[in-house]
Design a binder for this molecule. Structure first.
Ligand SMILES: Cc1cc2nc3c(=O)[nH]c(=O)nc-3n(C[C@H](O)[C@H](O)[C@H](O)COP(=O)(O)OP(=O)(O)OC[C@H]3O[C@@H](n4cnc5c(N)ncnc54)[C@H](O)[C@@H]3O)c2cc1C
Length: 404
């Protein structure tokens, strides 16, 4: 098989890249080792960054059965002090919770509709780059000759490994657990975040889903106060913690088994390209280093990879163009998150931060917009991104006015 672009991985990063590339008329094959719908260990939380990109790609929430819009967050400080952080009402969606099995299948459908040749159950097993061509070895297909590759194959990126670019022993910056639960009590219909003292700078979450369900989990920093080997024990007692039980209710029941997965947050040091191969999403370590949110970043890097390829010019200009775009869009925000992370590592300062951002209605409203990525994390230190109205934009999927 011969194509203009091969995309490895059909998560948000790969589907975003494929949708734009195929939509612009390029011949695109997207391979994924899984058969969709497939689960992905995740909190399922969509920030407004992710939502706006979903909307730009043409995703219709109406076609996704368990799409749950969210209108704010309840944040619990280590001290137990709690505040509600409302998101703007009536001007579109600023947050949502969507099971990844449904979200990723719907995004992949968009890529298919745009003209991508989607091959499920097709794992990448090897890659060769020479002066004039790039060839992938793919289970079930054989050889795929391509002009460019978007490697969107997740945290463990087999493409990166096949190219010999994987750092031995690297297991991600964060490690996180997730469990679906049912029969949550009334308080569990809101989105909750608990900054528990033993998890800092990590946190536990309960993200609401329709039908009295929720996605519950926690994440900890690798090398932080909890050795990764002890996280299993934390999981077994998490639902019994009084502050969490109070929200989820006494009748809450776990559904199926819990899963755990690493979260890579190292966009400043990750390999972003190798010749015609562009790494996107978790394969580029693109998650936010403060919150572990990575769906918006996966969609964004997928879009940037596609735009870098579509801009044309000599083949060797694509990699530098992509690196520059990632630097422009994500690197300062990553540094800002890294600067703020120590504040949430210590119980006293974490209590102080939650008190400070929860002090007034104005701080609560604006912190919620900042937390849910309504504008870039480091907007304040990047004047080139200041635009009129950037702090008061509408959310995604704004209801359209009715014309009689
Ligand atoms: C517990 C947990 C909670 C999280 N919560 C949130 C949250 O609430 N909100 C948020 O924004 N982010 C969250 N994240 C981060 C988010 O899940 C990731 O950043 C996001 O999934 C990255 O998307 P991606 O497209 O880069 O990769 P993935 O979604 O990982 O997709 C990679 C794809 O590559 C495919 N693949 C792998 N190997 C091969 C191969 N050899 N050949 C072909 N295909 C292959 C896989 O099958 C997969 O479909 C969380 C992460 C974890 C672990």
């Amino acid at each position: 098989m011969e194509v203009d672009v091969a995309v490895v991985g059909g998560g948000p990063a790969g589907s975003a890249a494929a949708t734009l590339l195929a939509g612009a008329g390029r011949s695109v094959v997207l391979i994924d080792k899984a058969t969709f719908p497939r689960d992905k260990c995740c909190g399922d939380g969509l920030t407004v960054l992710a939502l706006r990109l979903c909307e730009r790609l043409g995703l219709d929430p109406g076609g996704i059965p368990n799409w749950q819009p969210v209108n704010g967050a309840v944040i619990h400080a280590p001290s137990g002090w709690t505040a509600k952080f409302p998101l703007p009402a009536g001007s579109g969606q600023f947050a949502a919770v969507v099971p990844r099995s449904e979200l990723d299948a719907a995004l992949l459908d968009l890529a298919r509709q745009a003209g991508t040749d989607v091959r499920e159950d097709s794992a990448l097993t090897g890659i060769r780059i020479d002066r004039t061509s790039t060839t992938l070895d793919v289970d079930g297909i054989g050889e795929v000759a391509t002009g460019a590759v978007v490697a969107a194959d997740g945290m463990w990126s087999p493409t990166r490994r096949a190219l010999g670019l994987t750092e031995e022993g690297y297991r991600g910056e964060w490690h996180a657990f997730r469990q679906y639960v049912g029969d949550v009590g009334p308080a569990g219909t809101a989105l909750h975040v608990w900054f528990e003292a033993d998890l800092l700078p990590g946190y536990a979450w309960s993200f609401p889903l329709p039908g009295g369900r929720a996605n519950v989990g926690f994440g900890v920093l690798r090398g932080g106060r909890v050795p990764i080997g002890e996280t299993g024990a934390i999981w077994s007692g998490l639902l019994e913690r009084p502050v969490i039980r109070e929200v989820l209710g006494e009748s809450v029941v776990p559904e199926g088994r819990h899963t755990a997965w690493p979260i890579p947050a190292r966009i400043t040091s990750a390999v972003l390209n190798h010749g015609p191969v562009l790494f996107a999403g978790d394969a580029a370590g693109a998650t936010d280093s403060l919150t572990g949110e990575g769906i918006g970043q996966a969609l964004l890097t997928g879009v940037l990879a596609a735009e870098s390829i579509l801009a044309g010019g000599p083949a060797d200009s694509i990699g530098p163009r992509y690196r520059n775009a990632v630097k422009r869009e994500l690197v300062t925000d990553h540094r800002m998150s890294m600067t703020l992370q120590p504040l949430m590592s210590n119980v006293t300062t974490a209590n102080g931060v939650v008190r400070l951002v929860g002090a007034t209605e104005w701080t609560r409203r604006n912190f919620a917009r900042w937390l849910f990525e309504d504008y870039p994390r480091a907007l304040v230190v990047t004047p080139r991104r200041w635009r009129h109205g950037v702090l008061s934009r509408e959310g995604a999927y704004r209801p359209q006015p009715h014309h009689p």
